[in-house]
Design a protein around this ligand. Sequence first.
Ligand code: URA
Length: 271
Amino acid sequence: MAANNKENQQRRLKTLERVFSKAGLGSRTEARSWIGAGRVRVNGKIVQTPDHWVDLDNDRVTLDGKPIRDAAKRYLLLYKPKGFLTTYRDPAGRPTVYDLLEGIDTFLSPVGRLDLDTSGLLIMTNDTDFVERVTNPDHEVAKTYRIKTSGSLSEEQLQKLRDGVTLVDGPTRPARVERLRDSENRTWLEITITEGRNRQVRRMIEAMGSKVSKLVRTAIGPIQIDSLAIGKWRELTKEEIEALGGVVPRPPRTDRGRGGPEPAPQPQTKG
Ligand code: URA
């Protein structure tokens, strides 16, 4: 019990810069610039240190005099096209996934990254606990990819991919690997892994002496890309959010921990 209380207390402490991304107001870079410019106050006093600790239950944080509030949790499923970076801003001006989220006024973070040349399912959310839950390899959330290789892969090579291959950052975990079809010098595969190391699928295929010529993420856990059009997004359904342990959205609180009543939970309809 005492340990639980301690853990809860720790969970409610955030650095000032994280308070803004958690509330869905902006990126940490933006938060640092607001803090540096003296626009942020904690309990009435200007604080210009981004790593100042804030107690979310007791401290009052304002930006330009306005209290910041928890944004309602949002979970979007985006079909990322090839050629878009999974980053907020690119110094070289290349398109990013944020260019595809016009009209979304809450700052959302990607749940794991996809390479520039990878397309497919990308979840974007302002629920930082959800990001951690889905991306932490200890939780073994399955990620499924469709792959086209340049060069054919033998049954023996597929078995190696299933058993685990040794990469520079260690052996990969057992994976589910299914051959979908072959043509001259090409193999189409579906592979499901429970880790998310940098360029992992490409490196696994390269370890087999082949190369990925097309990579599409089709599912995360039970969530499928299905018929979503490339470059488009939709909200996750209540069932999808719950399946990955997210918080079904409800209206934002009107004030943060200042003793005001919590709004009543929204009635949720099934289906
Ligand atoms: N594995 C890769 O190699 N690239 C991705 O984008 C995702 C998984």
